[in-house]
Ligand binder design. Sequence first.
Ligand code: NI
Length: 136
Amino acid sequence: MLQRFSVSLEEQLLTEFDRYIHGCRYTNRSEAIRDLIRKALVKKQWDEDLEVMGVITLVYDHHQNQVQDRLTEAQHDFHHQIVSSTHVHMDHDNCLEVIIVRGKAGQVRELTERLTSLRGVKDANLAMSCTGGGIR
Ligand code: NI
């Protein structure tokens, strides 16, 4: 059920906020504020090392010495945190791997750092999301 509340803002801040939401293609202030609140709550879940979900994206050159073995070894060490992974052969040299993860934020970060630091990994990104339990 939706609840209403009023917010007081300085005119200048409201002008900047309206410019921001227009740039982000929001059609009204309420949806923009809801998203900002959710983002803050997701950040809090990660900061407090709670149960989270996320997606790790890796790009690597599979010719690089042992990179595939090391990626596999790291993922087996964190098998409790890995829900699923998909491998795409991008071109002759490069692979894209998408790994869906869940668990304590700290463990997910540790796995991400381990994969990121492997030689041959050209790009790594962690999209931080949250479990449904924390946010309704
Ligand atoms: Ni490949």
